[in-house]
Design a protein around this ligand. Structure first.
Ligand code: ADP
Length: 287
């Protein structure tokens, strides 16, 4: 390819996750900036992540320009740099509804694209949704993503952050009230993760546990599978936003709205594009 690792200077660390470290780098000859994500060879799912990033190409997915081998046998993904960082750094600072509609709309466009490529992300959460100062929203981190096959999914159900796991992921062959065993729709888990993300930005904190409660596995599983959704205070959200969040967060994945339905939802489809884009840019700028 046209890129080699030794053509880049490492400028700073953008983030650290399970898979490895993400550096901000600059290309020596062109001075162009990128994000470089090192994926350790031994990390479970390393090969899958490389497969998936090679399979996707969309304005709402963080673009991977190149996959470079490192001297130690690891892989390095050369990613487009998202100069607004991830949504988790915007939790708590106040998030106007117009900006929230823009986040939801663009993330849904990303999910619609992934669905067309038969990819389930499986780790939708604020840390994995990146923004640019220009107001673009893109889905990142395919570390536990999976290509859906007719043979069924092979990745472990429990991977990912428990806090953003959908109820059915705690019990993949869910026995419903009517006694019927229903195979799970793998795409519905990403809608759940987006719904929690929108609610978290709205409330300014992780929404499913009381502030201060330790997010143990048991507490999260209880809250996600059996708890009521938190009450959004009067005046804190429009009827459209309340309905949107409720549609994303049906505990029964069969009743949860699909990506296509949510793209047509008034909260998203009815937004004023100019206003919502500007509102999002302001949130990012004033962080
Ligand atoms: P992991 O798979 O190890 O969790 P991620 O891909 O989620 O790694 O990246 C970890 C963090 O690094 C993200 O939450 C984000 O803050 C930052 N980051 C990742 N990719 C980029 C990028 N392309 N541009 C800017 N920041 C990024």
């Amino acid at each position: 390819g046209e890129f080699r690792l030794l053509d880049f200077d490492r400028l700073s660390v953008l983030g650290r996750g399970n898979g490895g470290t993400v550096h901000k780098v600059s290309h020596r000859r062109t001075s162009a900036l990128y994000a470089l994500k090192i994926i350790h060879r031994g990390h479970p799912g390393a090969a899958d992540e490389v497969d998936v990033v090679r399979r996707v190409d969309s304005p709402h997915i963080v673009r991977c320009h190149s996959v470079l081998p490192t001297a130690s046998g690891d892989s390095a993904l050369l990613l487009e740099l998202m100069d607004g960082g991830s949504l988790d750094s915007l939790v708590g600072g106040g998030f106007p509804e117009a900006a929230l509609a823009e986040v939801a709309a663009q993330a849904l466009s990303g999910l619609a694209y992934l669905r067309s490529r038969r990819v389930v992300h499986r780790d939708m959460k604020p840390a994995n949704i990146l923004v640019s100062r220009a107001g673009q929203v893109k889905i990142a981190d395919f570390g536990i993503a999976e290509v859906v096959s007719r043979a069924g999914n092979h990745r472990a159900a429990y991977e990912g952050t428990a806090a953003y796991m959908s109820p059915e992921r705690f019990d993949t062959e869910r026995l419903h009230d009517d006694g019927e065993v229903v195979p799970v729709d793998p795409y519905a888990a990403d809608v759940w993760g987006l719904g929690i993300t929108v609610l978290e930005l709205l409330m300014g904190r992780y929404p499913l546990l009381p502030a201060g409660q330790k997010p143990t596995w048991a507490a999260l599983m209880c809250a996600i599978c059996f708890g009521e959704l938190p009450a959004i205070p009067d005046g804190a959200a429009s009827a459209a936003l309340r309905d949107f969040v409720a549609a994303c967060l049906h505990k029964d994945h069969r009743k949860r709205a699909s990506v296509a339905e949510l793209l047509a939802h008034p909260f998203v489809a009815g937004r004023d594009l100019t206003v919502s884009r500007r509102a999002l840019c302001q949130v990012i700028e004033h962080r």
